[in-house]
Design a binder for this molecule. Structure first.
Ligand code: SF4
Length: 700
């Protein structure tokens, strides 16, 4: 017997599907797709439709705070008062002795906007350090830099509704068929209804997305910039460019033209491993299109040249004038449900709230004034990987990790383990004992999960959704905002005395007034009664903004979009050698999410890809004497992995693939792809190079 029903949003990927949650008399929940939701129109993918199992199963949940007084003692149950008093006392004493930059917070793209906002206010406003970063550093930071450089601000210009208005799609470094499935279903339906729609996929793997494409360019990893420039060259040479748009709305075309003409098509084809004809064909599809959308994800962002890949792709939208009009624009696909919301509240070590610039003195002064503090520290904080380097070296003494599992997700995990052991004090605030990171905590704080707290999230298309509380959290678990605010007050800070999440949202929303992400006319009442909104929502009764830059006024000082010249066309990753001849690339599988603390609990989600396997091309398998199903040893400069081989021609020769989800679930550390990944990062975005690590493979 169903006793209540609420609308909410899926807690997994950045597509942001609407879900109806029904609760029965025993407080068990059931989920179904929300037919009225503009994103998914009732559809859910395998992960979303099994979310009720995750919510109903509390067997793995952290139920009460646990603390240890020293590393030689086991953790034991303590009260919330004891836990937070100890946290405040340790943080105060470390800050007093070593300064505010000796502590850090590492949060998550799965945190709600209110949680992100409060954690940033606490760290940047009151503790006085910018040492707060997020796992979004691992997925979106290159896209953020790309948008800022091109449009003047981190602004995704278009909506999912533009999919049905476009006729050409370039999907690059992404596999939405598996990782953004409902978005991909919309694309499939659009093509089914309009067979003339063209889909180009650029990927070293023949993914399900690539199998659906009209044209698959199976490039060599790391050569994306050369390929986009070669497509730009063909567009220019064929006259398939929008000269009016370029002349009236952009800067920097001359330098871009010189760049793309500087490399011959033949040379580019050789570098990328893609035929000249296919490059020309891609350019023709794009150049003749009335509505061109590019979509990308981690294949571009997770690279030492992630920023260069992003700006080079965005240049293709500028040269064709395909931005600010229906069915056109560059569309970065966020991996996490609230990576966008985190960016709005300044959830990275180099950002300030409401898209203000940490390096701008006036912006720092405005934020300080709003929060009622003397000043904001001008020094950029430690980014995700820098934070763990600093823990290892002893420069950073304490870290507070909330809603993320770096012991599976960060690169070079053997180093991350050392860093955790070197730290003086580790707080882990999470929902599940299945998180590998919990094992390293001095203090564990039980957090409330999806449906157990209220708040908001923003999906990939700037759509803000309200997520209600529908069930009680198990044990003594508390909403993250409550935990952060309680801690802040025990630190002696004013400004954290909120009665509920709605008041926190209102404070954030009022801070956006007059900015490009103005949501000052949005509040919980409107979100609850009118549904979701795409920012900005700058006026009373405003219905949100599906498309940015329709007036062709960009957020740069000149109001013109900027062609950017990549700092290099080379791939600056460490290239294969005789000892490590293959390129390892990592990624997601269809039915698992991140480090499997949630999806790993659902039996039916394990059938599709039950254990991690190494995907290897038949030619390489022959060369290294590996047969399908053999246990292989993959060795890199940072560690090793042992998993079975899957010999398949879906992967390009010279490249191998490992899924990134597995930690210790299989009672071994040797399943972790990130034992191998290197620590190189993009020099601007500081995003790690997950897609390019040199390795050697042999039969075990
Ligand atoms: Fe959830 Fe993403 Fe699947 Fe939609 S596509 S149901 S948001 S995981």
């Amino acid at each position: 017997m169903i006793k209540s029903e609420v609308k909410t949003t899926c807690s997994y990927c950045g597509v942001g599907c609407g879900i109806i949650v029904k609760k029965d008399n025993n407080n068990k929940v059931f989920v179904e797709g929300d037919k009225d939701h503009p994103v998914n129109k009732g559809m859910l993918c395998s992960k979303g439709m099994n979310l009720h199992y995750v919510a109903n199963d509390t067997s793995d949940r952290i139920l009460y705070p646990e603390m240890r007084w020293s590393r030689s003692h086991p953790r034991e149950r303590v009260s919330w008062d004891d836990a937070l008093d100890r946290a405040a006392s340790v943080f105060k004493s470390i800050i007093k002795k070593h300064g505010p930059d000796s502590v850090a917070f590492y949060v998550s793209g799965q945190s709600l906007t209110e949680e992100y906002y409060i954690a940033n206010k606490l760290t940047k406003g009151f503790i006085g350090t910018n040492n707060i970063d997020t796992n979004s550093r691992l997925c979106m930071s290159s896209a953020v830099v790309g948008y800022k450089k091109t449009f003047g601000e981190d602004s995704v210009p278009i909506s999912y509704a533009d999919i049905e208005l476009a006729d050409t799609f370039l999907i690059t470094g992404a596999n939405p068929a598996w990782c953004h499935p409902i978005l991909f279903r919309r694309l499939e339906k659009h093509k089914e209804d309009n067979p003339n729609v063209k889909i180009i996929v650029i990927d070293p793997r023949k993914t399900d997305t690539a199998n659906f494409a009209d044209l698959h360019l199976q490039l060599l990893p790391g050569t994306d910039v050369v390929l986009y420039n070669a497509i730009g060259r063909c567009l220019y040479k064929s006259g398939l460019i929008d000269e009016d748009f370029i002349a009236n709305n952009t800067d920097g075309f001359k330098a871009y033209k010189d760049l793309i003409l500087g490399t011959s098509l033949r040379k580019a084809s050789k570098i990328c491993g893609v035929s000249e004809d296919d490059i020309k064909k891609a350019a023709k599809y794009i150049g003749l299109s009335k509505g061109f959308i590019s979509m990308w994800a981690m294949g571009l962002n997770q690279s030492v040249v992630g920023t260069d890949k992003n700006v080079s792709l965005l240049n293709l939208s500028l040269i064709t004038g395909q931005v600010g009009k229906p069915g056109a624009g560059p569309f970065s696909l966020t991996g996490q449900p609230n990576a966008m919301g985190g960016r709005e509240v300044g959830g990275m070590a180099n950002l300030l709230a409401v898209h203000k610039d940490l390096m701008n003195e006036e912006h720092r002064r405005e934020v300080a004034q709003f929060w009622g503090v003397d000043k904001i520290n001008p020094k950029p904080g430690l980014t995700a990987t820098e934070m763990f380097d600093a823990l290892e070296s002893g420069k950073l003494k304490a870290v507070w990790i909330a809603c993320t599992n770096p012991l599976v997700s960060l690169p070079n995990l053997n180093k991350i383990e050392k860093a955790m052991k070197s730290s003086k004090f580790v707080v882990v605030q999470d929902i599940s004992h299945k998180s590998d990171t919990v094992g390293f905590a001095d203090l564990v704080l039980p957090a409330a999960g999806w449906l157990e707290k209220e708040g908001t999230m923003t999906n990939s298309e700037r759509r803000i959704s309200y997520l209600p509380k529908e069930i009680e959290a198990p044990g003594e678990a508390r909403p993250d905002v409550e935990i952060f605010c309680d801690f802040a007050q025990r630190m002696g800070f004013r400004g954290f005395n909120f009665n509920n999440a709605s008041e926190i949202y209102d404070e954030y929303a009022s801070m956006t007034k007059g900015t490009n992400i103005d949501v000052s006319f949005l509040n919980y009442d409107r979100l609850k009664t009118e549904g979701t909104f795409q920012w900005p929502v700058p006026e009373h009764r405003h219905q949100g903004t599906p498309r940015l830059f329709a007036d062709k006024k960009f957020y740069t000082p000149s109001q013109r979009a900027q062609f950017n010249i990549p700092s290099t066309i080379e791939n600056t990753s460490v290239l294969p050698s005789d000892d490590f001849p293959l390129i390892l690339t990592t990624g997601r599988v269809r039915d698992q999410w991140h480090t499997m603390t949630k999806t790993g609990k659902v039996s039916r989600l394990k059938t599709h890809y039950p254990t991690p396997v190494l995907e290897i091309n038949p030619v390489d398998a022959y060369l290294y004497k590996i047969k399908d199903g053999d246990i292989t040893e993959i060795k890199g400069e940072n560690g090793e992995v042992r998993v079975r081989a899957k010999v398949t021609d879906t992967i390009k020769k010279g490249v191998v693939f490992l899924p990134m989800h597995w930690g210790k679930q299989l009672q071994s550390n040797l399943n972790r792809a990130n034992n191998l990944t290197n620590t190189h990062v993009d020099p601007t975005s500081k995003e790690p190079d997950f897609k390019f690590t040199r390795v050697a493979v042999s039969k075990y």
